[in-house]
Design a protein around this ligand. Structure first.
Ligand code: SF4
Ligand code: SF4
Length: 441
């Protein structure tokens, strides 16, 4: 199997939730829907406090080309439009009070034949459904599905690597709803007449690979690509390297190399929006980690507070050392249980051991492990030091912005140096400087 340079082999922890079938969770009394759940301009509310809303109704509109709307997951009343604590700081949200009636907008859930739709109609349904990349990046899907030259796209790749430890939400979708994953892929292929569809799955999911291979056996335009299990195989650039044999850097999009990459949950959301008239109002979330009482996979309304999900699903041990939204490598630790589930929340982890706080940082011993592990071919030790010193020009000259923030360097460093944190700091400053310079021109 083709692989990529660098990367690491991690404890997977997937056995905790991999065999737990998806359980549907009903919304509680209140839902909190952030206006910014995606890359790009935040959505703008198109409802006012006191308005009654229906399930599936658009409650916030996209405000720019790169933006995404938000639809209501329940019927009820707009209780507030205000600033609330979110995973990363605070932000504007729409607070809905659920009336428990589940009254939907007209046509909600109606089946639709995608083969009778034009490419423009499909894009417009995906845009109206508020779909964004659900693997974590949150890039609006309708924009990704509208490259400059649709005829130049040769591959639509479903990124089913799910290389982050513990997370199993995409795996469960592959096992339980493969027809929707394939359906979403076929819908996307209608937009790209010269493309073939590839399902790229890590070889630690043999059952899913077997199932998908059976399902695509009679589909000449679809294939399954088995990937070597190595973190961060699910990174967009690394999937492209392995599954399409193309390399891009931060200056190029996958479409520039003739590819479109979509996550498994996103493919299902595309299928639901186009073929089942259902906007993106729920997602699969993995609850896992050694301190989680009942690890599993849950279909949860977008906007449900983490605390409500825990109340329904059993909570975690009091000895928990760390709570993380997302995977342990790229996720974000948090302490406020009221933060809501968003379109990009793949999981919540309750870990019983916190390596970061247990191990104090010591001096670099020049071992070079961070260099060997870096999948972007960088020298994290040097770059992180430059960023920490505020030498952002040098950081840029040494290609610091090519960092994909995977965390491999921090993971392997025997001196427990905060390499990834400093890489993020350096990238942030370089990008801000570039924006400021562009604005001056
Ligand atoms: S976080 Fe950045 S510098 Fe560190 S290994 Fe990953 S890509 Fe390389
Ligand atoms: S892995 Fe840590 S100790 Fe080794 S060279 Fe990199 S920063 Fe230094």
């Amino acid at each position: 199997m083709r692989s990529f340079r660098g990367g690491i082999h991690l404890y997977e922890g997937k056995q905790l939730a991999a065999d737990a079938p998806i359980v549907k969770v009903a919304a509680g009394r209140e839902l909190i829907l952030p206006l910014s759940q995606h890359i790009g301009a935040p959505a703008s509310p198109c409802v006012a406090v006191g308005d009654r809303v229906l399930r599936g109704q658009l409650i916030a509109e996209p405000t720019a080309f790169v933006s995404a709307g938000i639809c209501s997951p329940v019927s009820g009343t707009v209780k507030a439009i205000e600033v609330r604590p979110l995973l990363r700081g605070k932000g504007m949200v729409i607070v809905l009070e659920n009336d428990g009636q589940n009254e939907s907008v007209e046509g909600f859930g109606q089946p639709r034949d995608y083969t009778s739709l034009s490419a423009e109609e499909i894009r417009s349904l995906v845009s109206a459904a508020g779909i964004v990349g659900m693997g974590g990046a949150g890039f609006p899907t309708a924009v990704k599905m509208a490259p400059k030259n649709a005829d130049a796209i040769r591959k639509v790749i479903i990124n089913a690597a799910e290389c982050e430890p513990y997370l199993t939400c995409d795996y469960r979708l592959l096992m339980e709803r493969p027809e929707k994953v394939l359906g979403g892929l076929k819908v996307m292929l209608r937009l790209f007449p010269n493309a073939e569809g590839v399902l790229a799955v890590e070889d630690n999911k043999p059952q899913a690979i077997r199932l998908l291979k059976e399902l695509v056996a009679d589909e000449p335009k679809l294939s399954v690509k088995t990937l070597k299990t190595k973190y961060p195989q699910g990174g967009e650039r690394l999937i492209l390297h392995v599954a399409a044999n193309v390399d891009i850097d931060s200056t190029r999009l996958p479409a520039d190399a003739g590819c479109v990459v979509q996550n498994v949950s996103t493919a299902v959301a595309v299928y639901d929006a186009v073929c089942a008239s259902t906007p993106l109002i729920s997602r699969i979330v993995t609850l896992s980690g050694e301190a989680m009482t009942k690890p599993g996979n849950f279909e949860v309304p977008i906007g449900m507070p983490f605390a409500d999900l825990l109340e329904v699903e059993g909570g975690f041990d009091l000895e928990v050392a760390k709570l993380i939204a997302g995977g342990p490598m790229t996720g974000t630790s948090f302490t406020d249980w009221q933060i809501p589930i968003t379109k990009t929340t793949g999981g919540f982890l309750a870990l019983s051991y916190d390596d970061v706080s247990e191990n104090p940082t010591t001096a670099c011993i020049r071992c070079g492990r961070c260099v060997s592990a870096c999948p972007s071919g960088l020298v994290p030790q040097t770059l992180a030091t430059l960023a920490a010193r505020g030498e952002f020009d040098k950081f840029e000259q040494l290609y610091g912005v090519e960092c994909v923030e995977c965390g491999c360097c921090s993971y392997v460093c025997p001196a427990y140096r905060p390499l990834t944190q400093n890489m993020k700091l350096g990238k942030y400053n370089v990008i801000q400087n570039r924006r400021a310079n562009a604005a001056k021109k």
